[in-house]
Each structure stands twice: as structure tokens, then as C-alpha cells.
Design a protein around this ligand. Structure first.
Ligand code: SF4
Length: 98
């Protein structure tokens, strides 16, 4: 069995973090014509890693979850989603100027 580990920037995801999709039209996540818009919003969502893990565990076959479309999720052989922690050294552009 192969495995894929996806790492998403996710510095603020606490248990109380709000999913970004809760502030938008939910149809965007289930209408293929709106998937691009939903994916763009998911990419900024603080709970993206958790959302995608839950969708993969549940075998969700419809809609955008965690920023991935159904066909993108189906292409993952066996994925573990790992939230990335912010670098202790700061953003790369700050280091480049020192
Ligand atoms: S990552 Fe999940 S919770 Fe966040 S906006 Fe996308 S579908 Fe909603």
C-alpha cells in the first residue's frame, strides 16, 4: 500500500477555528461549475487539514472537501494530511534580508 502525506499551512487551526465555508453559499462546494471558487476559499481555511482528513476517512465522493475535488481525492491512494507549523525562523523573505 502506498501513502501520500500532504502538508498544508495551517497555523491557526484550534478546536474553535471556524470553517471558512460557513460564511459562503454552500452550493459552491457541491456544484461543479463553482468548484474553482470553493477550492480557492478552502486554500485559506484554518481547518483545511482536518476537513480533508475527515472527508477521506468518511469516503466522501461528492463535493469539495479540504480544497480537493472528488476526482482529486479519488486519485489519492492513501493520504495522511499533516498541518504545517509556522517556521520559528520567520517567513523566507525576512531571512533573505538579514
Ligand atoms: S477546507 Fe473544509 S471546512 Fe474549510 S472551507 Fe473548505 S470545505 Fe469548508
Amino acid at each position: 500500500m502506498s501513502a501520500v502525506v500532504l502538508m498544508f499551512p495551517n497555523p491557526t487551526a484550534g478546536d474553535d477555528a471556524e470553517p471558512l465555508c460557513s460564511a459562503y453559499n454552500p452550493d459552491w462546494w457541491f456544484d461543479e461549475a463553482s468548484f474553482d471558487r470553493a477550492v480557492e476559499i478552502c486554500q485559506r481555511c484554518p481547518v483545511r487539514a482536518r476537513c480533508l482528513n475527515q472527508a477521506l476517512e468518511a469516503g466522501e465522493t461528492v463535493g469539495v472537501w479540504g480544497g480537493l475535488t472528488p476526482s482529486q481525492r479519488a486519485a489519492l491512494p492513501d493520504a495522511v494530511i499533516v498541518p504545517m507549523r509556522p517556521s520559528r525562523r520567520g517567513p523566507p523573505n525576512r531571512r533573505a534580508n538579514t
